[in-house]
Ligand binder design. Structure first.
Ligand code: AMP
Ligand code: MN
Ligand code: MN
Ligand code: MN
Length: 276
């Protein structure tokens, strides 16, 4: 089963539209696909229609930005009703802070001598509510200041770097409840990407389970094989369903293409066998 349950379209910070993504997933041999735009489900209608047309397995998805102990953590939701009003109200509130944050990022870049960054980044964003750090990174790469997104994040956009603007996203418990209330399941995204000690990661997982989370992304994007083994251990320890996704954003940017992330390690309960 080639499941790819993590990808981004132009609705958030990807560069392909939902329909182009569906086609790419299909061509890459994906059996079950989820579009998981940041804090936004407005691409799901197009994604579902395209997947149905292609005969590609599809499940509703979203990636919600959460703040846990002062740091951004991502919670993936699957199999929910995209029309659910409480979920939509929650996502709307999360998105609402993005425009203001982006203006502040733009102002910091201005001080750093990088002109018109907000307006420039907005050209890459579908609307002010969806603008994020990736759009600024694309702008600086386009201007020839850096060779890839990672370098821009490292120089300017990561916590502690000069164009980083701290932001408070949703509470973890709220995000999980929005997903579950809409009939879906909540999965902790890319646990190896947070700046947490081993003990803190276990605390995060324990709290996630307390909140009602039932899954963990054991394979996410390009990662070293030993990460999957470490995350598999955590999945077993907390009895979580295991998920897999490419976290695909763009053909020339993403380290791994749709459907091409490494397989799940053995001895886990794959999320796709238990989706609502
Ligand atoms: P935001 O929600 O605006 O804070 O942006 C988060 C997004 O930025 C993530 O979903 C990634 O797409 C991207 N991102 C975060 N860190 C990095 C990094 N170190 N290198 C490249 N992209 C990153
Ligand atoms: Mn992203
Ligand atoms: Mn993420
Ligand atoms: Mn993602």
């Amino acid at each position: 089963m080639n499941a790819d349950l993590h990808s981004h379209s132009t609705v958030s910070d990807g560069v392909l539209g939902p329909e182009e993504l569906a086609l790419r997933a299909f061509r890459n041999g994906v059996d079950l696909w989820a579009l998981t735009d940041h804090d936004d489900t407005s691409g799901l209608d197009l994604a579902r229609a395209a997947a149905e047309e292609l005969g590609l397995g599809w499940v509703s998805g979203v990636e919600i930005s959460v703040t846990w102990r002062g740091q951004a953590v991502h919670v993936l939701g699957y199999g929910f009703d995209p029309q659910d009003v409480t979920l939509e109200a929650g996502l709307c509130a999360v998105r609402a802070g993005r425009a203001e944050r982006a203006k502040r990022i733009g102002a910091l870049f201005e001080d750093l001598g990088i002109r018109d960054a907000y307006a420039g980044a907005m050209r890459f964003a579908p609307n002010p509510d969806s603008i994020g750090r990736t759009h600024f990174a694309r702008l600086l790469v386009e201007r020839g200041l850096f060779r890839d997104l990672q370098s821009v994040f490292d120089a300017y956009l990561k916590p502690g770097r000069p164009a980083y603007v701290p932001h408070t996203w949703a509470e973890m418990g709220a995000a999980v409840q929005w997903i579950r209330g809409a009939g879906g399941v909540a999965v902790l995204a890319h646990p190896m990407r947070y700046r947490l000690s081993g003990a803190e990661l276990l605390e995060l997982c324990a709290q996630f389970v307390d909140c009602g989370g039932t899954g963990i992304e054991v394979v996410s994007g390009p990662q070293r094989p030993q990460y999957a083994s470490a995350m598999a251990k955590i999945a077993r320890h907390f009895d979580l369903d295991a998920s897999r996704g490419s976290d695909f954003h763009a053909p020339l940017e993403s380290g791994v293409d749709l459907g091409r992330a490494q397989p799940l390690p053995d001895g886990l309960r794959p999320l796709w066998e238990r989706l609502p």
